[in-house]
Design a protein around this ligand. Structure first.
Ligand SMILES: CSC[C@H]1O[C@@H](n2cnc3c(O)ncnc32)[C@H](O)[C@@H]1O
Ligand SMILES: [Zn+2]
Length: 544
């Protein structure tokens, strides 16, 4: 089989490269084969040809070739070009004739792909080059085909996709444990909003988001959806620490940190989305209107229109608690879900957080609209919001993911807890122990979660072509013994301290539990400074 690639460069230079695919070792894997040929053979030749065509069209500047004439100069360039192509073909054929050299191979006694067509591989490996997965297979198969410059050993470990936190407010880590055991509206209106007004600044966001990212890297979360203030600061922390995020720019009708109300917060959200779209491969900017009880219908319509114009996703709290249902019923004579659908919100990629208060019609509308629903079991239980109809949504075909919500209502960002809570909660709620089985709960944190945040073509499974976002989890500790079923252990036995390595877009962010991409001491110092102010304010309040 031959692969023919060609380009017409400016100046009418035609580059045609013909490669015999059958000579490439590992050609059984078409993704790898295509990638190798394009990156290692075609692109370098095209690059050289482009340089050649440019230098022959634009005569060399005086002095560039010393005292040789222009004709002689072009001849030298031509000879160099031919030599460079020969060298390029020779160099690129070395790994072809030997074994290809990807950047990283991650091994595991078990590879849990979350890909329904090949769910589990015993004694396997995942091959990563640059930011992508290029092959997944048994150790024997992978070792016969690849030699990587870096490996992560896999004895006693599971390799699986990184976890996806579909709804959080990262910088609220600095409000962890500030106030507990209240219902949503009391918690928000009497404590959280006033404290945010006093303390949330760009410095607060950098420290709080940094703390959250550190906790997520340690716990095996590789992608999260955030909605919090000063999204530029959030995006910059994400870019630096190596995680992947949908960063929602918040807008709300009331005064909020940095804003007077709707007009300025909505304008800033649009500006943020415009500036971050296509800017960073790991950051997706989004619109984040707060909730149906804090944003009036005409403003939600404006969000939808702007999101449609900019082709950006929307994330919003929806159908969270009984108070919201009462508010929407009283003001708009419908349910929160039907209110959002009527405003056109389901026509855009929507990530709807909480989704607790739904009737059968709401579930059907959610499925029809392709809305991603994010289940936040711990936060919903703690705020007494109710129990989301997750098994019913899944049965209707809704992509349901998992989220922690902020650390002020959880009080951590540990997705393993959410997986287990979800698996247990729905058994209690229905009185049916077969409800939300372990495999489904795990899928909600990976494959289904990725689909719920509209990134199913990028992350959430281990398969060639997807982003290399993966984790290794230890299953060999004494408290893990005996092990008969990996999925059962991941859901009902393991916790976040069992995560050994975290890889995002091919970069190892944590190895052997050491976070490589963040400075823990500097982070702790910043957190201590910011939390000292909050502690003093709480002490003052307690005296009054
Ligand atoms: C404008 S988005 C950020 C805004 O949302 C607040 N928040 C945090 N958790 C919840 C929740 O569960 N329901 C509603 N609002 C929540 C956060 O404190 C920010 O003010
Ligand atoms: Zn929330």
């Amino acid at each position: 089989m031959y692969l023919v690639m060609g380009s017409l460069l400016p100046g009418m230079t035609i580059v045609v490269v013909v490669v015999s695919v059958s000579t490439v070792q590992g050609s059984a894997d078409p993704n790898w084969c295509y990638w190798h040929i394009v990156c290692k053979i075609y692109l370098p030749i095209r690059e050289l040809a482009a340089r050649f065509s440019k230098s022959t069209r634009n005569p060399a500047p005086a002095g560039w070739l010393g005292r040789v004439s222009q004709d002689r100069g072009n001849e030298i360039v031509r000879i160099r070009f031919v030599r460079q192509i020969a060298a390029c073909l020779l160099v690129s054929s070395i790994p072809v004739l030997a074994a290809p050299a990807p950047d990283l191979i991650v091994y595991g006694d078990y590879v849990l792909t979350m890909d329904p067509s090949r769910p589990e591989i015993l004694d396997g490996a995942v091959v990563v080059d640059d930011d992508r997965i290029v092959a997944v297979g048994t150790r024997e198969d992978i070792d016969a085909r690849f030699v990587a410059s870096r490996t992560l050993p896999g004895a006693g470990r599971v390799v699986m996709p990184g976890l996806i936190n579909g709804h959080t407010h990262t910088a609220m880590t600095l409000f962890r444990g500030m106030v507990d055991d209240l219902d949503l509206m009391t918690w928000l209106n009497q404590y959280v909003f006033p404290m945010e007004g006093r303390f949330v600044t760009p410095d607060f966001i950098r420290a709080g988001t940094g703390l959250a990212c550190w906790e997520m890297i340690r716990g095996g979360t590789t992608t999260f959806v955030d909605m919090y203030f000063y999204p530029d600061e959030i995006a910059s922390v994400v870019a630096d620490c190596g995680l992947r995020a949908v960063v929602g720019a918040p807008h709300i009708d009331y005064p909020s940190p940095g804003f007077k109300g709707w007009d300025d917060s909505f304008a800033a959200a649009e500006d943020f989305v415009r500036r971050w779209q296509g800017k960073h491969p790991r950051i997706t900017p989004a619109f984040a209107p707060h909730a149906p009880y804090t944003v009036v219908p005409e403003h939600l319509r404006a969000t939808v229109e702007k999101a449609a114009e900019l082709q950006a996703p929307i994330t919003m709290h929806l159908a969270e608690a009984p108070a919201e249902t009462e508010f929407v019923s009283e003001h708009y004579q419908t349910t929160p879900v039907q209110h959002a659908a009527r405003l056109g919100m389901f026509e855009q990629p929507l990530i709807a957080a909480h989704m607790v208060q739904l009737n059968a019609e709401d579930i059907a509308l959610t499925a029809q609209g392709g809305v991603g629903a994010i289940h936040n079991p711990t936060s919903n239980m703690k705020l007494g919001a109710g129990i989301s109809p997750v098994p019913e949504m899944l049965a209707a075909g809704v992509n349901v993911g998992l989220g922690t919500d902020g650390a002020a209502s959880n009080n951590d960002l540990d997705l393993w807890e959410e997986i287990r809570m979800a698996a247990l909660l729905h058994k209690v709620a229905s009185g049916d122990p077969t409800a939300l089985p372990a495999g489904q709960a795990l899928a909600m944190a990976t494959r289904l979660g990725a689909a719920a945040i509209h990134m199913g073509d990028k992350v959430g499974q281990l398969k060639p072509g997807l982003q290399a976002d993966l984790i290794q989890v230890a299953v060999d500790k004494t408290r893990h013994q005996p092990l008969y079923d990996v999925t059962s252990h991941l859901v009902y036995v393991l916790d976040s301290t069992d995560v050994v390595s975290t890889v995002v877009a091919g970069t190892v962010l944590m190895e052997e539990r050491r976070v490589l991409s963040m400075d823990e001491a500097a982070l702790r110092k910043a957190v201590a400074e910011r939390s000292a102010e909050i502690r003093a304010a709480l002490a003052q309040q307690a005296k009054q």
